[in-house]
Design a protein around this ligand. Sequence first.
Ligand code: ADP
Ligand code: MG
Length: 687
Amino acid sequence: MKNVSNLLLLQQPVTVMKGIGEETARQLADLKIQTVLQLLEYFPYRYEDHRLRDLAEVAHEERVTIEGKVHSEPSLMYYGKKKSRLTMRVLVGRYLITVTFFNQPYLKKKIALHDTITLTGKWDKHRQQISAQQYHLGPHKAEGNFEPVYSTKGNLNGKTLRKYIQKAFTEFGHLLEENLPEEFIATYRLVGRRDAFRIIHFPQSEKELKQARRRFVYEEFLVFQLKMQALRKFDRENSKGVAHHYDLQALKKMILSLPFSLTDAQKRVVNEICFDLKSPYRMNRLLQGDVGSGKTIVAAICLYANVTAGFQGALMVPTEILAEQHYDSLCERLTPFNVRVEILTSSIKGKKRKELLQDLQEGKVDIVIGTHALIQKDVNFKSLGFVITDEQHRFGVEQRRVLREKGINPDVLFMTATPIPRTLAITVFGEMDVSIIDEMPAGRKTIETYWAKQEMFERVLVFMEKELAKGRQGYIICPLIEESDKLDVQNAIDVHAQLTHFFQGKYEIGLMHGRLSSDEKEEVMKAFSENHVQVLVSTTVVEVGVNVPNATIMIIYDAERFGLAQLHQLRGRVGRGSEQSYCILLANPKTEVGQERMKIMTETNDGFVLSEKDLELRGPGDFFGKKQSGLPEFKVADMVHDYRALEVARQDAIKLIQSDYFWKEEEYSNLRKQLQKSEGLKGEKLD
Ligand code: ADP
Ligand code: MG
């Protein structure tokens, strides 16, 4: 019972504290601080380091704290109406520097010759001068050298906020309870929770700060992963999944009919997925594989398995081009086995659409391929058993759950067209099972990638011409469709005109971009895949999935504007046949990181390596782009730098959720309570 009251006491409004009235409460509310606990949980976003340093090591304009002896009589000067400057010479070690205080004329009486003074300010190396922002008379103190800096708004300043936090800690700090089980605290030698709170707000040393940070990182990851694992557990227990008893013999026959044998990795993931199909749980699985690793055929095999079990299947893809292409390849693989495959996109209209919807509802269609139009209201299935969605990393946990409410609890497999770094995969997709194709089909040549300056475009075109002369085809990718006054980057329409001129009727140049109608797009793609068009100038719409094996060269304009994962995905459009392929990045990156990124592209063909690098260089927010990504927010933890802790916390969470003791013992009740607050778990009985 004591637990409950402690937490309740902490959850009182901030106004229970003396000195915090309605006005202050309003200011705090602007920072989303309403309760005492929220005040304590308002962590600094950085620390000012007040340790003494040798001025020789301090860079120009850097903030620094120094201790020195006043070496000249402070001299006060007024200028303007209320402006003043107090200047003095101060001896700091072997340096004689100038110190100024602005608009604090009263200090003239306080600071005297020969005083010892400690002050902080920006170091002007050229003038050997510091303008003091903070100071105290007397020697530098050994303690409290990490001053927390809080983000604030409006009239509330950091100093005042810090005072409130200090007060909250003194009055309520003893109510903060440990929430981590003893076993983990001991194993990982973690600082206790109350201590960690004290340290994060009032650190005495860097070492101590590191320890407190380490504790919160682990706690944040553990709580997050517990949520994910609990979601998974309740999903499994609550979903009325259907066991799909597929026909193993038929499946083997289909696999044998393929023009190649599956890689070991493909076999492994087919097994994993088929195991889910057969089990009475609802599948919630993520399939990752590099570009060209052969995910499509895995999808085809598993969709076929589902059909042999007597159910319908659906394959959802992000673009119509991709839908067309998957439709063709699935038809080729599956129609010989009496499977009826259909395509449903927005360009299928009127009577045709009506008939198709009718057939879907009557169960006459076995597999349907389409864009998101597939999960619209008017689309009904007779017995939808299995849904595969491609490139869905743009959805968050919640959207995925909504998607899964469609149909009769179908098994769901998510395929990502871009490899996702493991840290992100187990965070964003933490509640899912993951299958990885980590092997390429035999005989693949690696794509040779070069980085050239944009001025080299014509020479690169000459190189392209050589490939074309051998009968091959190529892509040129531009960031924009047409010229823009805002951005100085290349656009597809201009490049198309330029190329048409350059190749002078020798080769046919196609133009592809997102503003074409789907009929036009289809026409261009068809012309390119049948080699009536040799060079396709395009925006990134060809990024996903497009398969023209005769294309052996790709030129990417303004390549520094794209993420590594995206460049890799684009590059994956070549190297699909048996011939050596090339990718040329035209880029004049201005930053070091930009140059680094181009270099990495030329050094590796491994999508997983690239995605890790991309995450490292751009951070988790940018990795998925601006669209809703479902990334959780951590206060202290950083998914990239603390990935080891993330792994450890994940393993611990899996162990706890599967155990009996986690759900029963008092020791875990604080953690259980934290789960209660999360989306998707609200209805569950957790404590
Ligand atoms: P992904 O979707 O993973 O990028 P795809 O499924 O489009 O890759 O496969 C790329 C190409 O490789 C396709 O032409 C496909 O037929 C071929 N392929 C797939 N698996 C194998 C394999 N095991 N051996 C040889 N070729 C394969
Ligand atoms: Mg694919």
